[in-house]
Structures are given as C-alpha cells and as structure tokens.
Design a binder for this molecule. Structure first.
Ligand code: NAD
Length: 300
C-alpha cells in the first residue's frame, strides 16, 4: 500500500486565495482592509525569516502588514506599551508577537497583554479557555491548519481514534482540543508515555508534534491511518555535500508512507498551512471586530 501524499503547499495556496477573495470583498463592500501587526524582538535568524514571510504573504492577500522590530534589550514595559497601542489601533485587526522572546521577558505576560479579539496566534489565556470550553475562540494557526487538512480529507472526523504526540501549548494541546471538538476519541502522548508505539498503533489519526527527527516508525502506524507530521527538524545531509543539511519531520516518511493511508510530507505539508491560517485568522478577527459574518471554512 502506498499513502496519499497530502499536498500542504497546494492546500495553503487555495486557502490564501480564498482569504484574498474575502479581503477584496470586504474592501469593496465595506471599505475595510484587514491589518496584521507583527512584532519581532531581537535578531533570531529563524524568526526573521518567518516574519519576512508573514509580511509578504499578508500583503499578497491584500491586507495591510505592519512590522515592528525592537532590539533584543528592549525593556518589557516598552513592548507592553507597543502592544497597548496596537490593541487600540483601529487599522490593526491582528497582533502577533513572534516567539521566542528574549529571556528577560515574561512570555505569558506579553501574550496576555494582547487584546483577545486581535490574538491571531490564539495563545491568550482567554482564547485557550474558550477553545477548551467549546466557545468561539481565536485558534492557534498550526493546529488549525492540521484540522483543515483532516476535515478536507475525511469530511467528518466523528468517532475516529486520534493520537497527538506532544503536549505543547502551541501545537499538542490545542490540536487535541480541536480533535475533541470534532468528536474524535483523543489521546495525548508525550515524553513520559509508556509504550508509545502501542498507543500510536490504535490511531486512525496520528499528529506528531515532538521535534525529534524521524522518531515515528512505520511499524507504529495502523495500516491506512492518516499521519500529520508537524515536526520540523534540520539534520546533516552529507549526501548533498560537506556541511549541508536537510529538513525532516518527526515521522520516518519513506517507510511510514508505505503503511499509512495518507501522510503529510516535510517540507510541504503542515508548514505552509501555518501562515495561510494566520491570514485566515486575521480575516476572521477583522470580521468579528466589525460585527460582520465570518467567511465559512476558514476557522474551526
Ligand atoms: P515542544 O518542544 O514545545 O514540545 C514537544 C513535545 O514533545 C513535548 O510535549 C514533549 O512531551 C514531547 N516529547 C518530547 N520527546 C518525546 C518522546 N521521546 N516521545 C514522545 N513525546 C515526546 O515543541 P512544539 O513547539 O510543540 O513543536 C514540535 C515540533 O513541531 C518541532 O519540530 C517544531 O519545530 C514543529 N513546529 C512546526 C510548526 C509548523 O508550522 N509546521 C509550528 C510549530 C512547531
């Protein structure tokens, strides 16, 4: 058996297209342009790449992009003051503070300073609580992207056995909440789970969000299961030349693809969906702030 390869790149492009069309409609019918403000503190190279990419895709979708770059030694009070200004700025509908923050800052305090209505990352404690209690929330982008792929593939997820490997606040926990909301039977596995292969073997849906290269093996996977690989790991690739590297997921893709029913590749799977969902969240936030109906199929 050979798995269907889920093309996250193509699906993300489709989502961006839908967001772009809705943005054009908002402009034409209501003279409103959604705006996303991204705040970057310090010079982490990976974060700089993400922020550039977010800004470019925001503009391509027809939205306004506002970038705020602060030096690494910025006092926390200055960052909080900027967030307050963005919270009150009517041109800004989404506020995202790129993580990780420098060590002198209290990440939770910074996240919770963002207006919940503009919290397009869905990390504010109020949005976490709303998601957990089944209320309308802003939903974290990466799990939202995974959910969209699963719904697209299966339609109804009700009754399916789902195993989420990883319990982070950014991916694992919100992923589990979303699957529970779609009536899956959900298990969250983590670093202390006993017999991880046995737990994974039960799953109709496996979501791996660990950060360990190719950890999930083919013999762990139930034949025909859907495997969503969130992991992004850079490993040495001597076959490409000295000092070269390549990206792999948390799943041993080559072997797993022979057992799974469907699987996301790395790169080109979950990754592109994350920014597409950030744009979708910004549009959703804009519609909610203005009391307008939300576009269908772009939120959980
Ligand atoms: P994290 O380090 O915060 O959490 C990792 C989780 O994995 C922890 O809950 C831990 O309990 C679990 N874990 C660690 N070792 C384990 C083991 N041996 N067996 C079972 N569980 C184990 O990481 P995160 O922020 O959730 O990210 C996970 C991965 O997803 C990383 O590779 C990250 O780069 C990637 N990621 C990708 C995207 C994307 O857009 N595609 C977004 C966020 C994170």
């Amino acid at each position: 058996m050979s798995a269907k390869i889920i093309d996250g790149k193509a699906f993300a492009a489709e989502i961006r297209g839908r967001v772009g069309a809705e943005v054009a409609r908002l402009k034409a019918e209501h003279d409103i342009t959604p705006g996303l403000a991204v705040v970057l503190v310090g010079e982490d190279p990976a974060s700089q790449v993400y922020v550039r990419s977010k800004g470019r895709q925001t503009i391509e979708a027809g939205m306004n992009s506002y970038e705020h770059k602060l030096p690494a030694d910025t006092p926390e009070a200055d960052l909080l003051a900027l967030i307050e200004r963005l919270n009150e700025d009517p041109a800004v509908h989404g506020v995202l503070v790129q993580l990780p923050l420098p060590r002198h800052m209290d990440e939770a305090a910074v996240i919770n300073a963002i207006s919940p209505a503009k919290d397009v990352d869905g990390f504010h404690i109020l949005n976490v609580g709303r998601l957990a209690t089944g209320q309308k929330a802003m939903v974290p982008c990466t799990p939202l992207g995974c959910l969209m792929m699963l719904r697209d593939l299966h339609g109804n997820l009700s009754g399916m056995e789902a195993v989420v490997i990883g319990r982070s606040n950014i991916v694992g926990k919100p992923m589990a909440q979303l699957l529970l909301r779609d009536s899956c039977t959900v298990t969250i596995a983590h670093s202390r789970t006993r017999d991880l292969p046995g737990v994974v073997k039960r799953a109709d849906i496996v979501v791996a969000a660990v950060g360990r290269p190719e950890m999930v093996k083919d013999e762990w996977i139930k034949p025909g299961a859907t495997v969503i690989d969130v992991g992004i790991n850079r490993i040495p690739a001597p076959e490409k030349g000295e000092g070269k590297t390549r990206l792999v997921g948390d799943v041993d893709f080559e072997s797993a693809a022979k057992v799974a029913g469907a699987i996301t590749p790395v790169p080109g799977g979950v990754g592109p969906m994350t920014i597409a969902c950030l744009l979708a969240n910004t549009l959703t936030a804009c519609c909610r702030i203005h009391g307008l109906p939300e576009p269908e199929g772009l939120t959980a």
